[in-house]
Design a protein around this ligand. Sequence first.
Ligand code: SF4
Length: 471
Amino acid sequence: MRRKDKVFDDHPKEECGVFGVINVDNASEVMYYGLHALQHRGQEGAGIISVDQDQFYKVKGQGLVAEVFKESDLQALKGSAAIGHVRYSTSGGSLIENVQPLFFRHSTGDFALCHNGNLVNSQQLRTSLEREGSIFQTTSDSEIFAHLIKKDHQRNRLGAIKEALNKIEGAFAFLALTKDNLYIMRDKNSLRPLSLGKLNGGYVVSSETCALDIVGATFVRDILAGEILIIHQDNTMTQDFYAEKVYHNMCAMEYIYFSRPDSVIEGINVHTSRKEAGKILAREAFVEADIVVGVPDSSISAASGYAEESKIPFEMGLIKNKYVGRTFIQPSQAMREKGVKMKLSPLKSIVYDKRVVLIDDSIVRGTTSKKIIKLLRDAGAKEIHMRIASPPITNPCFYGVDTSTYEELIAASHSVSELKDYIGADSLAFLSIEGLYQATQKRKLCLSCFTGKYPTYLYKDVKDANKDQKF
Ligand code: SF4
């Protein structure tokens, strides 16, 4: 099921974040700080399931990490192993049952599961599993994976997992926890990041390296495309792969917008890549101006790069109220519009009578860009030249980002010149695809939302949502 309350914002919405701990004392406490560091990847819900020799313990709820977990919860979440999740409901809706990790009881052994990403063949698999007798507890596509594993429970556990992974298609970083092991699995296209760290003799695994740093873990390596890594209770590991052919299609939006600037995604620091994108943008789309202003917070790195390269001073022309929740967690369009105004204020003394280069990382609908430009004009800016540190988003994402239809994407139906007029800028330019390759120092990335070339087969339900479009 696709999210119904479409988000009216100029940024794509993060998918989710996962964090795992094994063989570490007070695993749930480590988990809490890990999830807190991943909060930017999802603010609708959070959950932790831990395990000791006797049983599993579970706490989950809707809201921010700091709201969901109390100190007493962390004490109740016993054991030296845990998995946790922060959620933004790209798939399955924002129901409490869909807050992960999910927990499953089975005669072959209980287990907990959490997932970052999105499956593109979930509807087909769900229908066929239901025909065969499966009853689903949630509308989340992550549960499908659990049913697939247990359907094949006659096989040994690793064999069943491999078989299940071969049936699902899409983007995933899965963590599964049993009484004995932590299972770490990454899709064969390596669309979503997942990194392993060492902590106090045990291990932690995280969607982003920023969370490894926060808990004091040492980065070990990234989980590989198609890899199944099992960390056992005695701290030994078993490595396997579910697919013979693997690909390197890291989501470009992780560098552009999703990940925290202090994270390192497949060897490249996010802030550095954003700053480099800003520098390249200054070379590709220079404009005479008095100041460079970045839309806080995610565009500050790119704005500093543009300023450095263009020799136009960087200025704090927009101030963000840090104590207002992200625009997209407010439910109605009217509330969201209010939220944008509450969130950003122009610094009149800085922008008055100035020619401003306004840097943002991406445009989805164009509505927020339009409002920010109006704010700057009302504050007296003489000219506003918008520069976007990514190419135009012209195609939906089916891999766990909430831009799943063409109607949501203004660049899918407007030329750059039309878009400039719509947002009310004096000029508008985007980073080129080549510029994005250079900024990330990678030639292999998922660029589907810019190019429309998808790394996986797209299944019927995905196509039905976009039936007027050709793939
Ligand atoms: S389509 Fe875009 S947002 Fe989705 S995984 Fe690919 S690069 Fe990332």
